[in-house]
Design a protein around this ligand. Structure first.
Ligand SMILES: CC(C)(COP(=O)(O)OP(=O)(O)OC[C@H]1O[C@@H](n2cnc3c(N)ncnc32)[C@H](O)[C@@H]1OP(=O)(O)O)[C@@H](O)C(=O)NCCC(=O)NCCS
Length: 403
């Protein structure tokens, strides 16, 4: 407790990013490979977008949850933090495993994060920054001490691979951070979230929800794939990236000159360059890695954050802005004071301990599933007497009819 004007006031709680991790599928698909399946070329894709390759989850066992679990494990490892002390898992995705249960819950089970609540956020490519904002709110209000925020996608499963206007853009992958409460000033300083639902039809998966449930017709018409008006999204994105960055700086009492690094949503190099130019930010203060990943939607910012850290582009006390936009339409930005002094030296034996913990999480999950089945079958066999009551009543009724 701190003394405030003679009264005791709770110490202010800050949300610091203390761990980070990323995961991608094994298979790289180059622009030239795409040119063999649709009418496009490496030259067109790289000059219009900056993308040269992307990762694609070819193995059907690789899903948004498995990628998210791998990224989350890496984040916990870099923070040297056990899964069973995580309070909340915020999973952001546009390619969830199911409508429900949430992909967050599946990841929670795989991690053995037995104390954690879990849910999904649907805010498309802005999702990860929405997730950071929620995590910060939970931490500063004292409702959570440790929150995993995961952005994870297997967009390759909802792409029409015969549509050259979309299939060249997207990629699969996952990035995660652990945010922890601290009384040390820093971490997430401000956030700005926005939405304009009137532009929802510019980037959408039309069917598969309650408006247009899956039917043979919706499948035949390709309504379960991503549909996009690329030019309209381009115009929206260039405007909103600069505006959201200005807004978040204003909220944090900072100016453009205070920024050390911007990590923008990695959709298109032209969008990034023109919006950063509008802000007057030099190229060396902008992190771009979309050439290797394509647009991984909500995973793009955390994947880029991980690479920026690996490349030592972030130092303690640096001010970093993360800014994204996407379907919805949505946009989101956050200003973060980077206060982590670099990767910790984790004892070698910890890796073995972690592997054992995740093995135990699997055993636990299977045991819980099994015991639910046993419980279900026992209930059916023994019942609560309802079946007998109904049988007696029917028998009585028959007798009455005969009489
Ligand atoms: C999609 C995008 C790269 C297209 O670039 P563009 O310069 O706007 O290109 P246009 O849409 O004007 O299309 C120009 C031509 O290229 C063609 N084209 C589209 N995709 C192509 C491809 N993969 N290969 C070759 N030609 C292609 C178009 O059919 C069009 O041909 P036309 O003039 O004969 O009609 C660009 O609009 C974009 O990046 N938009 C934002 C998309 C985005 O980021 N979405 C995700 C948001 S999170």
């Amino acid at each position: 407790m701190a003394v405030n004007n003679g009264r005791y006031a709770p110490m202010r709680r800050y949300g610091h990013i203390t761990g980070w991790g990323k995961a991608v599928p094994d298979r790289v698909v180059t622009n030239s490979e795409l040119a063999q399946i649709v009418d496009t070329s490496d030259e067109w894709i790289s000059s219009r977008t900056g993308i040269r390759q992307r990762y694609v989850a070819v193995d059907p066992r690789e899903t948004s949850a498995t990628l998210g679990t791998r990224a989350a494990r890496a984040a916990l490892e870099s923070a040297d933090f056990p899964a069973n002390r995580v309070d909340l898992i915020i999973c952001t995705t546009s390619s969830p495993e199911h409508i429900f249960p949430s992909t967050g819950s599946i990841i929670q089970d795989a991690l053995g994060a037995t104390r954690a609540g879990a849910f999904d956020v649907s805010a498309a490519c802005s999702g990860f920054v929405y997730g950071l904002s929620l995590a910060q709110g939970m931490i500063s209000s004292g409702q959570a001490d440790a929150v995993l925020v995961i952005g994870t996608e297997t967009l390759s499963r909802i792409i029409d691979w015969s549509d050259r206007t979309t299939c060249v853009l997207f990629g699969d992958g996952s990035g995660a951070v652990l945010m922890q409460a601290s009384t040390v000033p820093g971490g997430v300083l401000s956030t700005a979230l926005g939405s304009d639902g009137s532009g929802g039809d510019l980037l959408t998966v039309p069917a598969g929800g309650s408006k247009q449930p899956a039917t043979l017709d919706t499948v035949a018409a390709g309504q379960h794939f991503i549909k996009m008006d690329g030019r309209a999204v381009f115009r929206f994105a260039t405007r909103v990236m600069a505006d959201a960055t200005r807004e978040v700086l204003e909220k944090a009492n900072m100016s453009i000159d205070d920024i050390d690094l911007v990590i923008p949503h990695q959709a298109n190099e032209r969008i990034i360059r023109s919006s950063m130019k509008a802000l007057g930010l030099p190229d060396e203060k902008v992190f771009i890695n979309l050439q290797n990943y394509g647009n991984t939607s909500t995973a793009s910012i955390p994947i880029a954050l991980c690479e920026a850290i690996e490349q030592k582009r972030l130092k303690p006390n640096d001010n970093v802005v993360m800014v994204g936009f996407g379907a919805g339409l949505t946009w989101a930005a956050t200003a973060v004071k980077w206060a982590v002094p670099g990767l910790k030296d984790v004892p070698v034996w910890r890796a073995g301990q972690r592997t054992a913990t995740y093995g135990l999480a699997q055993v636990r999950s299977r045991f819980l599933k099994f015991s639910r089945r046993v419980e279900g079958s026992l209930l059916t066999e023994e019942g609560d007497g309802w079946n007998e009551v109904v049988a007696d009543r029917i028998e009585g009724w028959r007798k009455t009819r005969k009489d």
